[in-house]
Write a protein that binds this ligand. Sequence first.
Ligand SMILES: NC(=O)C1=CN([C@@H]2O[C@H](COP(=O)(O)OP(=O)(O)OC[C@H]3O[C@@H](n4cnc5c(N)ncnc54)[C@H](OP(=O)(O)O)[C@@H]3O)[C@@H](O)[C@H]2O)C=CC1
Ligand SMILES: [Cu+2]
Length: 339
Amino acid sequence: MLDEMSRPLIRGRPEGGASRRLEASMSDPGTPLVGILGTGDFSRSLARRLVASGYQVVVGSRTPKRSVALFPEEAEVTSQMEAASQADLVFVAVFPEHHSTLVELKPALAGKTLVDVSNGLRINLDGPSNAERLADLFPESFVVKGFNTISAWSLQMGPRDGSRQIYLCSDSSKAKSSVMQLCRRLGFIPVDMGLLSSSLDLENLPLYLFPSWRLPILCTLCLFIFFYLYNFLRDVLQPFVTTGKSAFYKMPIETVNVTLPSVALVMISLVYLPGLCAAFLQLRWGTKYNRFPNWLGPVAQQEEAVWAVQLPVCGSTRHLQSVPSHEEVCPLQTAQHGF
Ligand SMILES: NC(=O)C1=CN([C@@H]2O[C@H](COP(=O)(O)OP(=O)(O)OC[C@H]3O[C@@H](n4cnc5c(N)ncnc54)[C@H](OP(=O)(O)O)[C@@H]3O)[C@@H](O)[C@H]2O)C=CC1
Ligand SMILES: [Cu+2]
């Protein structure tokens, strides 16, 4: 305690006038210093979030003098070398094309955790991933892939609804768990995706536009055609054939208008149907203690995602897949939940 009191509130500037550090006096002394290389959009948002969560932040820039104004007061903006040597956990918020310009930091980064947040510009199926290339560049550091599926915007605004999960992977479980802990402290839900070889998938993830939307779109299209034909036969063709009345003017607007709500209704009931089937199976077969059949697997996973949102306190995303009891999966004591 005395130690804490005797520490100066503002530490001296290391070199030049550009760097400033306001000792994060509110943060507990065990809080690690987090480094960020790069001063772009991602770096700025991350720095804000880290500072808001009580971390000490040191940012490494090629031009610290110019970048210092972009960061919150509490963050120190300094040279890349200085930042790399101070922090044990360093985010590489630099485009992958420029990773190689960081090699001179190799000795300073040895034995430390490097978080690669980069994304590719196009889908890369053959590898190696940016993270694997970074790991090759820095063989003595522990590379963790993650945060690439989170936009700078949602980092800055704080985790909300859909964008709470942060996918992470690494070959070092120690480095990975330290980044997971950081995620939790920032209010996100870390999702362990395994070894660094999964990084290719993680980097491709943001590049897929509406993944798994093909089937729903196809369903919608088929339903539209079906209902349109039905309405056409009923309201246009049938009156024409039986009474000779021409109602073809209805085709572009009226028939379409009658068709669309039918399609929407059927689509929304299709969305809920698998959940109902799952509930029925659960009642009938007691799937609380059995796995869902494979064809219902994706549904169970969707439900799982819903649960992760509903139970943000414990951060557990494994509530429904094999349906163990809450106590079995949850790392928290029941009293910590507040429900
Ligand atoms: N923006 C976003 O929403 C997201 C970004 N990402 C990833 O984060 C990384 C950074 O993105 P973002 O912050 O948007 O990019 P920016 O272009 O805004 O920033 C990149 C930063 O890299 C630094 N840098 C270091 N070396 C070089 C170099 N040789 N040439 C150019 N710049 C260099 C620069 O900082 P300085 O000049 O101070 O050295 C620059 O500010 C990327 O890999 C991106 O894929 C991931 C998820 C979301
Ligand atoms: Cu729980």
